[in-house]
Design a protein around this ligand. Structure first.
Ligand SMILES: [Zn+2]
Length: 359
């Protein structure tokens, strides 16, 4: 049983409460009561429709109290996504937050993605504050941290990966936390080279510890504000040894560490984006379940114009996502299905989920 005291009074991760709700989570990401499909429908009707499709959890749509009440009335749990280290606006407003790579340059944007330095104290404090505010204001069942990692646009068959972040704030924190001093007077690129050549393990531990430290802070803040509210995170679905350990060394996301502070983990098993078969999804779920030791609710990408997925292909992905030890599935996203005129697929997709999620 999760208790506030073990989180608040000790530094030790705690066992989670039974968060499964007794059955599989059949969730949709990006529920928007103001979307073209739901706009104009009374909240009770929207909730009834979702429930009739087999949806028992939504990410989004929590701002309106009437909508929340209607969703709860139909047994639908409500979650919020909280973006962490991402956003080009931070680069504009606080240029020091734009990460520095191992040749001493500020990183470039990759498509829409602009990663942000995880050592910015003001940003870390703001994330914790936003988490507290979300759970205090909206009676949520849980908050899911997104972009909880060092920079890396991983959603591609051959992703561009680079070591970050060698900004002043990161180097200061690295020194403070490890006592390791980089040789004086070197330019940033040579400091980076020195660290990676001589203190790579310490550097990786510093990065993974920094990311896990924020999850711990959010966990404490959420539990203090609303005991019993879940904290989860969206995980990069790579194993520890894949791509030369990039999930740890480049992204700083250690699922073993993070599992200590989160109640559930949602690997972003976007198989079509990274050109893998649907069957890969279930192996990724098993791997992350072993590492995190917490319930796993994988996220299935439903396809888009650039990465089309047939109804059969999507069904196969959802079935793979539901294979044990999965705790459910999250469709990403409801908005995309609506735009593509595919909302009619949700009920058949959730058929297995609905059957196994109990009454
Ligand atoms: Zn930095």
């Amino acid at each position: 049983m999760l208790t506030a005291s073990c989180i608040l009074l000790t530094d030790q991760p705690c066992a989670s409460a039974d968060v499964s709700g007794g059955g599989l989570v059949c969730a949709v990401y990006g529920f928007d009561p103001k979307s073209a499909f739901f706009r104009g429908r009374p909240p009770a009707q929207a909730a009834r429709t979702l429930s009739s499709w087999g949806v028992n959890a939504v990410f989004g749509g929590y701002q309106d109290p009437e909508v929340r009440k209607a969703l709860r009335g139909h047994g639908i749990r409500i979650f919020a996504e909280l973006g962490c280290f991402v956003g080009e606006r931070y680069w504009r407003e606080r240029p020091e937050s734009r990460p520095v790579n191992d040749v001493g340059q500020r990183i470039a944007k990759v498509k829409w993605y602009a990663g942000v330095c995880p050592s910015q104290g003001w940003l870390r404090a703001d994330i914790v504050k936003r988490a507290r505010k979300l759970v205090s204001r909206y009676e949520l069942d849980g908050v899911w941290l997104d972009f909880i990692r060092y920079p890396g646009h991983w959603e591609a068959p051959r992703p561009h990966l680079e070591q970050t972040c060698f900004c002043a704030a990161c180097l200061r924190r690295f020194l403070k936390e490890t006592g390791i001093e980089t040789p004086e007077g070197l330019p940033v690129r040579e400091k980076a080279h020195w660290i990676l050549a001589n203190k790579k393990d310490e550097w990786t531990r510093f990065k993974t510890g920094s990311i896990a430290g924020l999850v711990r802070e959010v966990r404490r803040a959420v539990t203090a504000a609303k005991p019993g509210t879940m904290v989860g995170f969206f995980a990069v679905p790579w194993s520890r040894d894949e791509r030369h350990g990039a999930v740890l060394e480049i992204l700083g996301q250690d699922h073993r560490l993070l599992g200590g502070w989160a109640d559930a983990v949602s690997p972003m098993t976007y198989h079509v984006l990274i050109a893998r078969p649907a069957s890969w999804i279930s192996s990724a779920v098993s791997q992350i379940s072993r590492d995190a030791g917490k319930p796993v609710w994988p996220v299935v990408f439903v396809g888009d114009q650039e990465h089309p997925l047939t109804a059969e292909g999507l069904k196969a992905a959802v079935e793979a996502a539901l294979a044990p030890p999965s705790g459910g599935v999250i469709l990403f996203s409801l908005g995309e299905l609506e735009r593509a005129g595919r909302l009619g697929e949700v009920a058949p997709l959730f058929e297995t989920c609905r059957r196994r999620s109990g009454p």
